[in-house]
Design a protein around this ligand. Sequence first.
Ligand code: SF4
Length: 356
Amino acid sequence: MFFVANHSPHLLAAKAGFQRALRGWFRAHARALPWRESPSPYKTVVSEFMLQQTQVKTVLPYLARWLVELPDFAALAAAPEERVLKLWEGLGYYSRARNLHRLAKEIVARGGVLPRTPEAWRELPGVGPYTAAAVTSIAFGARAACVDGNVVRILARLTADGTEFRDSASAAKVFAPLADALLPAEDPGAHNEAMMELGATVCLKSKSLCSVCPVRSFCAAAAHGEPESFPRLAPKQTERREVVRVWCVRRGALLLHQASAGAKRLAGQHELPTAVQAGLADATVMRGELLARRKRSITRFAITETIFRATPPRGKLGDGLAWVPLAKLGDITLSGPHRRWVEEVLRATSRSVEAS
Ligand code: SF4
């Protein structure tokens, strides 16, 4: 409690006013989101899993499809894993889908009885402190504060705390006691949602909208005139990587690699194989025709991926490799970027065949 007592006395002294201002604003300005209309613990759980590492606008169409096909824990528990992964295709971090599936099975095995405390939820697959607090406060009124990057940003600005944190996760640990101290006894779930909404729509990372902020009068950083300089996070160390991938087509089938079920980010997804996965040397592959060069960032890695047309490997295929008929590509799970790349290369190669 050292942090709470010493860094935010003004805020704690005005706590009731802060809570009122935030709640009043949330009632008037909350976006209409599917998990807020006719809310249910199931919708809250699924949306919280989808929203980890993913923006609201990306999640919305996925959630809509998901709720039509898998409307409750029982339907999700009974669904085949391939179907669950297919519905998740493009959202990334597929271990979330697998954990959600396991969680539903566990809840069904318990006779459909949902745990009601954050501690009990944290024993379920894929549930960390943030998700446990969000689900139990919103669905059951548990007094548990949600602290993610958005909430850290708001609290660091409200207190104008100049500490340099290693990353958002370590800042979240430091700000957790203050987030707890600001939680009202009545409807803590609405308070948590209001904080998330404020972080997502007003207290923005690079252009905070302080002139319309409901808690501006409580904010030390806005008073100093430099809200965007908080929180202070150590610069990220970016590592560059080059990945050489192969495009092998034989008798109307494309060579793909399927990640193992235990792979955290890809878990069972197909991708174009790397040269190494295909049993070929990078240098050999790079002598072939370059079909595409794409850049993307995954966590701290800035990755350049190149796709070369290559001669199919001879003999028995290596682990995880399979020939997938082009006509069946829609039936399998391809990771989001790879589905785009495959479609782009197919379009480009069919155009060049037509032109020749
Ligand atoms: S006043 Fe500005 S910096 Fe402070 S909480 Fe509101 S939007 Fe964020």
